[in-house]
Ligand binder design. Structure first.
Ligand code: HEM
Length: 491
């Protein structure tokens, strides 16, 4: 007799407590390491119960491909959260938007078309090159401040592409750059903490002044931050386009009709534009800079890898000009280095949470409708079966005949199925341009202590917890390879 799906067991997981389930075990920091560790006991598909909600955790490429890709029709929604979606009013943002919402395919189409490779290497090329030059000049002035420089770099690209907005100097004081910097961690704080309103939705009617309604006041404060990131640049863009209609950006492309007059968008289309432009601004802000930070870390302590990249650059590009997008296909070693760095430290190690839209069965396990599905991308890119010796940074694994057989980590690092990152072409291009030109002009070495001894950047290294992680607490030096090369930056 066939069992009904609900009679099948959930995937295994750590032992649960009566009523509260696994709530006491939910890791607060570096979740990707904890889940990878649990997988050694419970296998590549696990389940947690947090009060009455099921979370499925995937830690292998096979399960991720079987479910998030092959069954994308079931696994491509986002979890509904009373705190994030409703009380902080973020349900229209693509990161929270349910796949069953009629706007979902529209948002995706707009973003995929707006951020594709042709756009990244064509109309947005001057934006990426300008941001790269600003970053490299900042490195000349003060290498120690590279984190601020990087956040301004990726924030600046997103703002220019999304709205046509030029960041103001000094960049770290720019209003919109500051807005996004201050918003870091806002959305995770609404979904990673356990709020009872998620399990007893009637609590949302408890007024904010009520002494126990801390969650209402918390959500209201976060709503202000999340709203500002979407409404304020949107208001700036519409106003700017009245006086500056030639500014090319994602926003202006939708705002004007083909004949150059305002397209008189319907209320719905104007809202879609506001939310998708907001997705470029927020989605692009920390991810690319996380990838570049990892490369700075790895390159500064790998002289041999750097020397090989520089030799490749010198033979393909020479020393008389900056590297540009047309060179990318001729620089396979550099491509392997960047790929390996993103495998070694995926910027979004836990990805973004998916959710199911119907009951499902996988390998004899029951996966309920509305389950939260998390994929531990870090665990996959550190699977020793797929990437032998996974903790070693080894770009050679992607080169030569055996390199061709190697599974591409970008299949995981940018997420899955219908939710796969629409910003990937832009991210790849900006990382390539920055790292190639950095090494064309400078050589990186670890920072030195007061006695002139090199400090091992891996010692005392830490990683930020959040949707996007970033290496913290290391320093490096950037020495110009020659005065002539440095001069190209100013040309
Ligand atoms: C190295 C850089 C980047 C990495 C590693 C990265 C990674 C990811 C990942 C893992 C997801 C979740 C996919 C899923 O749910 O399965 C995602 C979603 C997304 N990313 Fe990126 N991303 C990067 C850069 C960017 C950039 C530059 C932009 C925009 C300019 C962007 C915009 C988005 C958007 C809008 C989504 C949400 C898609 C959806 O919910 O349907 N990302 N990204």
């Amino acid at each position: 007799r066939l069992l009904k799906p609900k009679q099948l067991p959930l995937p295994p997981g750590p032992p649960r407590r009566f009523l509260t389930g696994n709530s006491h075990q939910v890791p607060k920091v570096k979740q990707w390491l904890v889940y990878a560790d649990w997988a050694k006991t419970y296998g590549p598909i696990m389940s947690l119960k947090i009060l009455n909600r099921t979370t499925i955790i995937i830690t292998s490429a096979k399960v991720a491909t079987d479910l998030l890709e092959a069954r994308a029709n079931i696994y491509s929604s986002r979890p509904f959260s009373w705190m994030l979606s409703r009380l902080a009013a973020n349900e229209n943002a693509i990161f929270s938007l349910l796949s069953t919402d009629s706007r979902f395919p529209k948002y995706r189409r707009m973003l995929v078309a707006g951020l594709n490779k042709r756009a990244a290497t064509g109309k947005y090329r001057p934006v990426l090159e300008g941001a790269m030059r600003r970053f490299l000049k900042g490195i000349v002035a003060n290498t120690d401040d590279y984190l601020t420089l990087l956040n301004s770099f990726s924030g600046g690209i997103s703002l220019k592409i999304a709205y046509g907005y030029d960041v103001q100097e000094p960049i770290e004081n720019d209003y919109f750059v500051k807005l996004i910097e201050n918003a870091e961690g806002t959305a995770p704080s609404l979904v990673q903490n356990i709020f009872f309103v998620e399990f007893f939705p009637w609590l949302r009617f408890v007024p904010a002044w009520f002494p126990t309604a801390y969650f209402q006041r918390f959500a209201a404060a976060k709503k202000k931050i999340l709203d500002a990131m979407v409404y304020e640049p949107n208001a700036w863009a519409t106003k700017n386009l009245e006086t500056n209609p030639t500014e090319a950006s994602y926003y202006s492309e939708h705002y004007f009709a083909e004949d150059g007059t305002p397209a008189n968008l319907s209320k719905e289309d104007a809202a879609n534009l506001m939310w998708t432009a907001g997705a470029i601004y927020t989605g692009g802000a920390h991810t690319t800079s996380s990838g570049i930070t990892t490369l700075l870390l790895l390159l500064s302590c790998n002289a041999a890898v750097q020397a090989r990249i520089q030799a490749e650059l010198d033979s393909v590009v020479g020393s008389g000009r900056l590297v540009n997008s047309d060179d990318r296909a001729s620089l396979p070693y550099l491509a392997a280095v960047i790929k390996e760095a993103l495998r070694w430290a995926p910027p979004a190690p836990n990805g973004l949470r998916h959710a199911t839209t119907q009951d499902d069965i996988y390998e004899g396990y029951f996966i309920p409708k509305h389950a939260i599905v998390m994929c531990d991308i870090w665990a996959i890119t550190h699977d020793p079966e797929m990437y032998p010796d996974p903790f070693t940074f080894n770009p050679d694994r992607f080169l030569g005949e055996s390199g061709k057989q190697q599974r591409d980590p970008y299949d995981f690092v940018f997420g899955f199925g219908r939710r796969v990152c629409p910003g990937r072409p832009l991210a790849e291009e900006s990382i390539f341009l920055t790292i190639s030109n950095l090494l064309a002009i400078f050589t990186l070495t670890p920072a030195v202590d007061k006695d002139g001894k090199e400090i091992d950047p891996m010692k005392g290294l830490d990683w930020r917890t959040g949707f996007v992680t970033q290496a913290q607490g290391f320093k490096f030096r950037a020495t110009p390879r020659s005065a002539d090369r440095l001069a190209i930056l100013e040309a």
